[in-house]
Design a binder for this molecule. Sequence first.
Ligand SMILES: Cc1cc2nc3c(=O)[nH]c(=O)nc-3n(C[C@H](O)[C@H](O)[C@H](O)COP(=O)(O)OP(=O)(O)OC[C@H]3O[C@@H](n4cnc5c(N)ncnc54)[C@H](O)[C@@H]3O)c2cc1C
Length: 345
Amino acid sequence: MEKFDAVIIGAGTAGLSAGIALKRAGKSYVILDRKKEIGLPVRSTGAVSLVWVNKIGMPVKEEIVSSYIKGISFRTDTGKHVSLKYDRAVGLVYDFTKYEKYLADEMEGKLNYRLQTNVTSVDGNIVHSSAGDFEADYIVYAAGPQSAFGKKLDRNEVLVAYEEIRELPRRTDYDMVLWFTDKAPGGYVWDFNESDNTRKVGICYYPLNGTQPKAVLDEFTKSFSELNGKMLHTMAHQIPLAEPADQVVDGISLYTGDMVNAVLNTTAGGLQGAFWSGLSAGEAVAAGDPSLYQKKWDLEIRPWLMKHHRIHGKMHRNGSKSVGRLMTLSRMMPMSLKKRVFGGL
Ligand SMILES: Cc1cc2nc3c(=O)[nH]c(=O)nc-3n(C[C@H](O)[C@H](O)[C@H](O)COP(=O)(O)OP(=O)(O)OC[C@H]3O[C@@H](n4cnc5c(N)ncnc54)[C@H](O)[C@@H]3O)c2cc1C
């Protein structure tokens, strides 16, 4: 049986960043994933705030960025809006496949990953998979929004997210438009530039009434001719919305990313939480002390996530009406405060 300092389950953002930390420290590790190719299927729009990208050391290579965000418009379908233009980029949208391939093969050199390897169970320090068993001193769980072994998330604690790449001309007014609407309770509809002739149009919301996300998006975009274009690709997935976990370390097991709800509930963005938690877990394993990850989680990562969890809870308490009030309030904010609020998300 092969033996490693660490076995990482999942080669998404969280697992790859854990691998980067272990490779930097010269430790032995293997990342196991059931998918056929890094970066596919696409799991994210890839929008992230640059403040946090720079703070936690996410990659910013030109080749993996599909667009930069210098103008943001927040709108409701009842006609309210707050629009901001910046003199610099405040966010970027990754080309998701290139971004994951960059993490896996270039950021720290080629990581040690095995694809088409489905993890079926873990017993103590032995990981069982479709490609055989692996022994590890530590196990980093980075298997995404459902647990590695089939545990389903509670329907009340997820947003369902669905996106279409549509044939639409690049927007020149705002790089990122977000609509708050009753059709997307708890979430929003987005419109981001993808290339000169395509845009990403998507929706995330509480999946409470069983309507298919495509039907919900179609119904919304029917009212806005600027969003109607031929669909070229789709992707759908769940985004955890529950409070971030308290405990992320259990003996030799460290839990990261969507598995521990490391998601900013205000934006439903999980790439930064996945990267930060994965990297921190990898660093703690490299130091031979998993409690360092729990400390980092308790003191820095969880409080940051909780701030967003609470704001989201307040915004959604009264449905979209409270979003409308928030928009009215935000229009009264001085520009310097708005820039801080929206630029720092
Ligand atoms: C439509 C949509 C749009 C989004 N847009 C954004 C956005 O713009 N910005 C943002 O920040 N976030 C966004 N997110 C959220 C973001 O994609 C996730 O939070 C993030 O990808 C989580 O990373 P992760 O590494 O924890 O999990 P994942 O990226 O889901 O990786 C988990 C990996 O584990 C593997 N795996 C699972 N089970 C097993 C097993 N048993 N054996 C082997 N391998 C296994 C999977 O194949 C997968 O590769 C979006 C999500 C969706 C669905």
